[in-house]
Design a protein around this ligand. Structure first.
Ligand code: GSH
Length: 291
């Protein structure tokens, strides 16, 4: 039986620029811009630079929820940053997020623009700015923030760990898939036990914790992530399933999922969002038909 020779790490790691597979345009061991490119600025107070991935969708759901509450100050322009094309390394984007990852927000409503990066920080910033979706009472607020930060710490195991090794890595490595499947199932069980006790993740009210968790774990429960629904037996997490469907029914969630989305049904993809009317007139099915 032939055996793959075991990889022996060299003394000092070096960057193999010819490797990288499907993420060759994305993965580099250095930070900073690769090219000069200014960011566009629209007419609204909030400028979002993003893509419709789970991390991006957290913010567009929040903005659509705020608008649904009647917060006119939450009007926004959402510009697509195509991460597959390396647009996160343009100089303008790096100035808004030195970490070169979507989503990133510029608040231009005050005397000087304020930049916010990291989806959890953006949710918290918007919740505080508009006094919504974050309880004021200390115990409820602490619970909400605990779950928000739980998501920020947990999702990299789901995406960068499980998703990467199960769906994207060039070879299937049992050790890695097993390690991260175990962790993701544990996380689903954490959520399932919590949602057996409460309507929403942080309690009775829908909050930024749900908006952060749903695009990752709700999408996993719906079978949208990594083709792994059966492998992870997501149907078994009954309370997660209940909550997933309940959040999915929200019109703002449906709209938020469309913004800056680059894959899926054309009718579900709104490349850029500048006005509420864009949902009816500018989804990819309409713009393709008009061409
Ligand atoms: N912790 C960050 C993660 C952001 C993140 O990983 N964004 C991904 C898309 S979901 C990205 O921009 N990847 C591009 C890259 O890594 O170059 C957040 O929550 O905002």
């Amino acid at each position: 039986m032939s055996q793959t020779p075991e990889y022996v790490p060299p003394k000092v790691w070096t960057w193999n620029k010819t490797g990288g597979g499907r993420f060759a345009k994305t993965n580099r061991p250095i930070a900073g811009p690769t090219h000069d490119k200014d960011l566009p600025v629209g007419r609204h107070p909030l400028q979002l630079y993003s893509q419709g991935t789970p991390n991006g969708v957290k913010v567009t759901i929040m903005l659509e929820e705020l608008l649904a509450l009647g917060e006119r100050g939450a009007e926004y322009d959402a510009w697509l940053i195509d991460i597959g094309e390396g647009e996160q390394f343009g100089s303008g984007f790096v100035a808004v997020n030195p970490n070169s990852k979507i989503p990133a927000l510029m608040d231009r409503s005050g005397p000087a623009p304020i930049r916010v990066f990291e989806s959890g920080a953006i949710l918290l910033y918007l919740a505080e700015k508009f006094g919504a979706f974050l309880p004021a009472e200390p115990a409820a607020r602490a619970e909400c923030l605990s779950w928000l930060f739980w998501q920020m710490g947990s999702a990299p195991y789901l995406g960068g760990g499980f998703g990467h090794f199960y769906a994207y890595a060039p070879t299937k490595i049992e050790y890695a898939i097993d390690r991260y499947a175990m962790e993701v199932k544990r996380q689903l069980d954490v959520l399932d036990r919590r949602l057996a006790e409460t309507t929403y993740v942080a309690g009775d009210a829908y909050t930024i914790a749900d908006m952060a968790i749903w695009p990752w774990y709700g999408a996993l429960a719906k079978g949208w992530q990594y083709g792994a629904a059966e492998f992870l037996a997501v149907q078994d997490y009954k309370h997660v399933q209940r909550w997933t469907e309940m959040v999915f029914e929200r019109p703002a969630v449906r709209r938020g999922r469309m913004v800056n989305r680059t894959s899926g049904e054309p009718a579900s993809r709104l490349r850029e969002r500048h006005d509420v009317s864009d949902f009816a007139t500018n989804a990819q099915d309409k713009t393709a038909a008009a061409r």
